[in-house]
Design a protein. Structure first.
Length: 584
């Protein structure tokens, strides 16, 4: 009994780990089931709404499973086409592919969410279990469509495996905080040292973001080209849409098919702008320079955007703005990280590092464009329709060439411009701080120069000596008394101070003069910058106020230069903040 009791915690932990592994496997299977179920519901709804459907519910389910596999990149084969020859279908609807990729990504990410009630899985374990559960459902779907009119080619199933593994790896990486490193333990030591450097990780992240931005710019430009061409050939698109089906259910099916192929059309437009163009069958190629050959174009609304046959015009050549925009995007993303705002010149990237990051981003943009071109094109049948869409290696090479030729020098130019702009801004700020006029307003003077330090809080007041013939009396008839800093000692009539604290002369002090008024300097500073005095006027900081009756004598009081804001009678409420003592 004791042995069983002692081994119970270990058995419980083992059971929890098994339950967590089973849950991860189930999450992968559920993600696959959700994608397959959504496609099945859509196909069954269209089948039910069709008034003259000749297929059975089993045939509709076979079609749904085939479309789901096609969305992962598998190549299908139509067993009984009209010609009697099996025809391949390899064009992947990219918008439909977004659903399964997002589902498997989310499943792998959610498995690694920390939970105090269960043990955590490792990243490798979560990746393997989620991918295993997903591929298990995929294998069942591939076996199910084996005997239908749409069957899958077994060698093409390697592409869905790669898609699922990539999406799951991205989900694990996202759950881990998207780290760059550390590499596996078996990696070379040099790779470990390289990934340990902060600058290397920063530049690697910039390469990734700039490459993704370049691909997005290409796709956006391609989609814009397709939209403009469809508007230009709107009557042809409408005619093909009406010819494909006469009832509303068929037109809805055509509309949905066109929608899921919109990203494919964007890739085709990007390939057209890059220069290689795309193929419309084995005997026709469409480029901005020329449309040559006899195209095998089926009636479909999106294909109405294809330009007219013959040599290209200036409007066709203007499609080159798409790769120019992609190169400028890569240059901007690289220069923005090379010279962040308000950075010092010594902290900016050197030209070689900036050029290397832009070149690597161009390589990533070319690779991403080539992958999209692989998925966006493929065969649609036999003979003339065996080649359809852009050639992936030509499209990727063109994207690399355009973005490298424009992105690298553009990044260097933007880097130099940002350094010069920031340097001019700093020099301008320093000049304004040093040479700000005395009467400038707070809106015209920079923040640092709004209240100059020497003018706001002087160490000692510089007072010109009054001349013998100067009529400096106030209207009340009182004389002036020039005061000195506290701690300067008792001055005589000649104004020489022998203060023990600093030995600073406070200027001549007449025998008869008014006591200085306690003016709060902090309050004047809080009110804003001091306006410039009028010519000939005595500055307020040095002009003594009128002396009333019964004022102190010359040597009776040694006031401070600057006193607190509060009134004198309130400040003397506390002994430590009392004013200077008066002499007897």
């Amino acid at each position: 009994m004791t042995q069983v009791t002692e081994s119970s915690p270990s058995l419980s932990a083992e059971h929890e780990r098994s339950a967590v592994a089973a849950l991860a496997l189930l999450r992968g299977a559920v993600a696959a089931g959700l994608g397959l179920g959504s496609v099945s519901v859509l196909v069954l709804a269209l089948w039910i709404s069709a008034p003259t459907s000749e297929s059975s519910p089993g045939g509709a389910l076979h079609t749904a499973a085939g479309l789901w596999l096609l969305a992962h990149g598998a190549e299908l084969t139509r067993a009984h086409p009209l010609s009697g020859i099996p025809a391949p279908v390899g064009v992947v609807p990219l918008l439909l592919a977004v659903v399964p990729v997002w589902l498997v990504h989310r499943a792998a990410r959610d498995v690694l969410v920390p939970d105090v009630r269960r043990p955590a899985l490792s990243g490798v374990g979560a990746f393997g279990l989620v991918v295993g559960g997903y591929l298990l459902v995929g294998a069942v779907a591939a076996y199910y469509v084996r005997g239908g009119w749409l069957s899958v080619r077994l060698p093409s199933l390697l592409f869905p495996v790669a898609v699922v593994a990539g999406a799951a790896a991205a989900g694990v990486w996202t759950a881990s905080g998207r780290p760059i490193g550390p590499p596996p333990s078996w990696a070379p030591v040099g790779l470990h040292e390289m990934l340990a450097r902060r600058r290397f990780r920063e530049r690697a992240g910039t390469v990734w973001r700039a490459a993704a931005a370049g691909v997005a710019a290409l796709l956006g430009g391609g989609a814009l080209l397709v939209a403009v061409a469809l508007v230009w050939h709107a009557h042809l698109a409408q005619r093909s849409f009406v010819q494909l089906s006469g009832d509303w259910s068929g037109r809805v099916a055509v509309l949905l098919l066109a929608l899921v192929l919109v990203p494919n059309a964007a890739v085709w437009g990007a390939a057209y702008g890059l220069g290689p163009g795309f193929a419309l069958g084995t005997g026709a190629t469409v480029t901005p320079l020329v449309f040559s050959g006899r195209p095998a174009v089926p009636a479909f609304p999106l294909l109405a955007a294809v330009p007219a046959e013959g040599p290209g015009t200036v409007l066709n050549w203007s499609a080159a703005a798409v790769p120019v925009a992609a190169g400028a995007t890569i240059a901007w993303f690289t220069a923005r990280r090379a010279v962040p705002p308000d950075t010092a010149r010594e902290d900016a990237w050197n030209p070689w590092g900036t050029a290397l990051v832009a070149a690597l981003a161009a390589v990533g943009c070319g690779a991403g464009t080539a992958v999209l071109a692989v998925a966006a094109g493929g065969p649609l049948g036999t003979r003339a329709l065996a080649e359809f869409g852009p050639v992936w290696w030509l499209t990727g090479a063109a994207a690399l060439a355009w973005t490298a030729a424009l992105g690298v020098p553009g990044a260097l130019l933007l880097r130099a411009w940002r350094l010069r702009r920031d340097g001019d801004g700093r020099r301008t700020g320093e000049g304004e701080e040093a040479y700000a006029p005395a009467g400038a307003s707070a809106a015209a003077v920079p923040e640092k120069a709004a209240v100059p330090e020497k003018a706001a809080v002087p160490e000692k007041a510089v007072v010109p000596e009054p001349s013998s013939g100067d009529a400096s009396r106030e209207q009340g008839g009182g004389g002036r008394r020039w005061w000195r800093r506290s701690g300067g000692g008792n001055g005589e009539g000649n104004g020489e101070g022998s203060g023990a604290g600093g030995g600073e002369a406070a200027g001549p002090v007449p025998e008869d003069g008014p006591a200085p008024r306690r003016t709060p300097v902090a309050a004047s500073l809080a009110a804003g910058p001091v306006a410039a005095p009028l010519p000939g006027a005595v500055p307020p900081a040095t002009r003594p106020p009128d002396r009333g009756e019964g004022g102190d004598e010359a040597g009776g009081v040694a006031p401070y230069d600057f006193l607190p804001i509060g009134p004198w009678h309130e400040r003397t409420a506390r002994p430590e903040e009392a004013g200077p003592p008066e002499s007897a």
